[in-house]
Design a protein around this ligand. Structure first.
Ligand code: TYC
Length: 111
């Protein structure tokens, strides 16, 4: 007696035309975070400009423009980074400000 092959039983005609199911990639794209600078009444403007040059690689004009934006509006973006880089920048700025006894505050916000 003739019997069906295993391919036939599975509805596969052996022509390699089956549905391709993509598996979910196991790696995630890194999420990005804004580093925000907050205004205060005591930190000298020149110190904020120096922080933006030193830790965010801004030139003098860019740093001055960001500092004045924060001074006038209360908050401004220093840059957008992966979480790991952003938290390192915040820690570096907070430590630098503390060592110079300025109340400058820097925070993370999901981009
Ligand atoms: N407001 C401060 C002053 O008048 C300057 C300043 C700007 C402080 C930006 C903090 O993130 C800041 N001396």
């Amino acid at each position: 007696m003739t019997s069906m092959s295993d391919f036939d039983k599975l509805g596969d005609d052996g022509s390699n035309t089956g549905v391709v199911i993509k598996s979910k990639p196991k790696t995630k794209k890194p999420s990005h975070y804004k580093v925000l600078m907050l205004n205060d009444d005591y930190t000298p403007m020149e110190f904020v400009v120096h922080v933006l040059e030193r830790f965010f690689h801004k030139n003098r004009d860019e740093a001055t423009s960001i500092m004045l934006h924060v001074h006038r509006r209360g908050v401004g973006v220093c840059g957008i980074f992966t979480y790991e880089v952003a938290e390192t920048k915040v820690a570096q700025v907070m430590d630098f400000a503390r060592r110079h006894q300025h109340p400058l505050q820097c925070i993370l916000e999901k981009a």
